[in-house]
Write a protein that binds this ligand. Structure first.
Ligand SMILES: Nc1ncnc2c1ncn2[C@@H]1O[C@H](COP(=O)(O)OP(=O)(O)OP(=O)(O)O)[C@@H](O)[C@H]1O
Ligand SMILES: [Mg+2]
Length: 351
């Protein structure tokens, strides 16, 4: 329902050209919670501003519900925009207006009747849990409350799409949780497609179904959240994933390991990665029961992403070379991804 076809964008100021987006191709389906992640300056905000045509592409086409935006008249564009809500990192509330008036603003713009506005505003304030703040001013609210008002305002015209540009970046972790839960509820209850920009992988792992990773104006990797967390291909994606799923052995463990290593010559160190089915099967237990190798678990880490368990484990296998090889084959046959770690890679270098 949102489609980018070969979209590029460059800015020109005083003869200096900045290429903000290069040949973006992306499809966001109706009902998706689609995350866009990237470091500062990657082009995330530019990309999301193309969806409501606040920025126009230099090349390519943005298509919303089968309508190429460049083909629309000003009037048609206005009605497409009305169905797209947006929330921001710094909330963008009107400080001189009450909470009620802030939420009412988009309804006043489309000339709703006073009675209809009142009904809708209270409905929205109930939805975000802040009916009692209707007569307060934004400065009298906490950050989390301000974002709830931002959300209520964005939902005023019953949009099909909600754009969130770093909507939780100014909030503490607990408040972030509650805002993410609210976004999920919006997606489920009203089937609103959500495009969520963030530089925090934690946020992606909590509510997104799909994710695109941006770097220097390009999408370098995209797909289902589970796929990307399980098998990140690009270096930047791996860095983001490792912020949620630990990719390194803690230093204390490394020190222990070096002590163990000096005692056993017939041993090898492996990183095991479990995804989905393999994470719920007692594979390691069975390997231990076979009794051919000693399994020394050094460090393990499990996370839940999209209701699926993802895990990584660092193990030392001790035994004869043939037994170790057989153990590795056994693990691979049971859908465990096995990577041998050379000593130089002990601190979590992916090989
Ligand atoms: N209006 C503008 N005029 C000129 N250059 C711009 C403009 N807007 C963005 N840029 C440039 O385009 C590039 C991408 O910017 P953008 O704001 O999309 O990045 P971002 O990924 O949202 O970064 P952040 O995480 O810091 O918000 C940057 O190099 C930026 O300087
Ligand atoms: Mg930005």
């Amino acid at each position: 329902m949102i489609k980018f076809e070969h979209v590029s964008k460059q800015y020109e100021r005083n003869g200096v050209i900045t290429k903000a987006l290069h040949d973006i191709n992306l499809t966001i389906e109706r009902g998706d919670i689609y995350g866009i992640i990237g470091y500062s300056g990657a082009g995330k905000s530019t990309l999301v501003r193309m969806i409501n045509f606040l920025e126009r592409p230099t090349e390519g086409e943005v298509i919303i519900q089968n309508q190429p935006l460049s083909s629309l008249s000003t009037h048609q564009l206005r009605s497409v925009r009305r169905k797209i809500g947006m929330i921001f990192q710094h909330f963008n509330l009107l400080e001189s207006k009450t909470v009620f008036d802030n939420v009412a603003t988009p309804l006043i713009l489309v000339k709703e009747s006073k009675a209809a506005i009142k009904k809708r505003v209270y409905e929205l304030l109930d939805f975000v849990g802040l009916r009692d703040k209707a007569e307060n001013y934004p400065k009298e609210l906490s950050g989390g409350q301000k974002q709830r008002i931002g959300i209520a305002r964005a939902l005023a015209n019953s949009p099909d799409i909600l754009l969130c540009d770093e909507a939780t970046s100014a909030l503490d972790p607990q408040t972030t949780q509650s805002i993410l839960a609210l976004l999920k509820k919006i997606n489920q209850q009203y089937q609103i497609t959500i495009v969520l920009i963030t530089h925090e992988m934690q946020v992606i792992s909590q509510i997104c179904d799909k994710v695109a990773v941006m770097e220097r104006g390009r999408i370098i990797e995209n797909g289902s959240v589970l796929e990307l967390f399980g098998h990140p291909k690009q270096r930047t994606t791996q860095n983001f994933v490792s912020s949620v799923i630990s990719d390194a052995i803690p230093t204390g463990v490394v020190e222990n390991l070096q002590a163990i290593e000096s005692q056993h010559t017939d041993s090898a160190l492996f990183k095991l990665e479990f995804l989905g089915r393999s994470a719920t099967k007692p594979v390691i237990n069975e390997l231990i029961l076979q009794g051919k190798v000693v399994v020394n678990i050094l460090f393990a880490h499990m996370s839940e992403v999209q209701k699926t368990v993802l895990g990584s484990m660092f193990v030392q296998l001790q035994g004869g070379q043939d037994d170790i090889n057989q153990a590795v084959d056994y693990l691979r046959d049971h859908e465990v991804q096995v990577t041998k770690i050379e000593e130089k890679g002990i601190n979590g270098e992916r090989s």
